[in-house]
Write a protein of this length. Structure first.
Length: 336
């Protein structure tokens, strides 16, 4: 843990993110273990003491281009930016790709003259990488076909709130080896945690992402297992996670996938194979009756709305760090 981020209350501390921070958040790999720890630790401080950060991004402006729909990601970036004193502009790009009208580099060189950061939700990861290459301001991945880094950071933050030490947490992801699975793998690796991923044959996570996660795991002690048997994956774990069987952009495959994925449905029968008090997680939106039953979604052990809430706190930490917030953290008074 970076000592500058340690909340040593009641001793006052100043948080200077530039000392360790990367320029963009395109992939969880940009953060690495130290960056992931820093985001989670700062999110914890920001969640418990939001008023301290109210004006830390005053005068800063963010633009968001989304090629796909969004509820949580859009609103948590907008609300997060507002609660730090900054401004966010949303551009609905669902009618066509961002670079359909003009070259990505030309767009980047416009945007960098107007705003302080760019948030992109795209189909192609290349679009986000290209924007980061051309734009001088920070670029944040708000979901691509390949990764959803902000989601997985919020998910592990949520697990940390529930279980404490993340190195002792065992998570099982069952379903499609998609963007969310990829980001969970990379985040788990950075945190030295433990993950099993069970997917049908032919729907495994990207070999490159798995190789990168395993390489990070060698340094952090994380445990990563890939398998096809959902029952084996969930046995004894602390948390079971699933996501849509057909992601945004794969709607035309939904019928075909609906024939393959039913053994991966998270239902009561699957949940009882996990550890006692194991939690259920889903990034949302969920397709009730497909990848998860109502009974599990609405159970006491479902953490879906905690995850959704924490998108806000984690993204505030990301914005603060990328946009160069620097706040002197006052000592807690006896009443704070
Ligand atoms: N989980 C998530 O990213 O939700 P949205 O698609 O609504 O942003
Ligand atoms: N895998 C899903 C995640 C939605 C937040 C998708 O890409 O549609």
């Amino acid at each position: 843990m970076n000592p500058q981020l340690q909340n040593k209350a009641p001793v006052a501390a100043t948080i200077f993110p530039q000392a360790f921070w990367c320029h963009d958040l395109i992939s969880t790999r940009d953060l690495g273990p130290q960056g992931v720890q820093a985001v989670l630790h700062l999110a914890e401080i920001m969640k418990s003491r939001p008023s301290v950060f109210q004006r830390t991004l005053a005068g800063k402006q963010l633009v968001m281009f989304f090629e796909k729909p969004s509820l949580r990601t859009r609103l948590t970036f907008e609300a997060g930016m507002a609660s730090l004193g900054g401004t966010a502009f949303f551009v609905d790009q669902t009618h066509g790709r961002i670079d359909a009208r003009e070259k990505l580099s030309d767009i980047a060189h416009n945007l960098e003259r107007w705003v302080d950061a760019i948030v992109l939700r795209t189909f192609a990861q290349d679009t986000i990488e290209g924007m980061a290459e051309y734009a001088s301001v920070p670029v944040i991945n708000a979901l691509s076909d390949l990764e959803h880094p902000c989601q997985a950071l919020a998910d592990y933050f949520t697990l940390g709130e529930r279980f404490g030490d993340l190195t002792n947490v065992r998570l099982a992801y069952v379903g499609d080896g998609n963007n969310v699975a990829h980001s969970l793998l990379l985040t788990c690796a950075c945190l030295g945690s433990s993950i099993r991923v069970a997917t049908p044959a032919g729907f495994a996570p990207s070999a490159q992402i798995v190789a990168d996660a395993q390489e990070i795991a060698e340094g952090t002690g994380a445990e990563i297992e890939l398998m096809t048997d959902p029952c084996a994956a969930v046995t004894g774990v602390d948390a079971i996670y699933t996501d849509a069987w057909a992601s945004m952009g794969q709607e035309h495959e939904a019928d075909q996938r609906a024939k393959i994925f039913p053994p991966y449905q998270v239902n009561r029968k699957l949940m009882i194979k996990a550890a006692p008090n194991a939690v259920f997680m889903h990034c949302l939106p969920a397709h009730r009756g497909e990848e998860v039953t109502d009974e599990v979604m609405d159970s006491e052990n479902s953490m879906i709305f905690e995850q959704a809430e924490n998108r806000l706190h984690v993204q505030k930490a990301i914005l603060y760090l990328l946009l160069g917030g620097a706040v002197r953290l006052p000592a807690r008074s006896a009443h704070a």
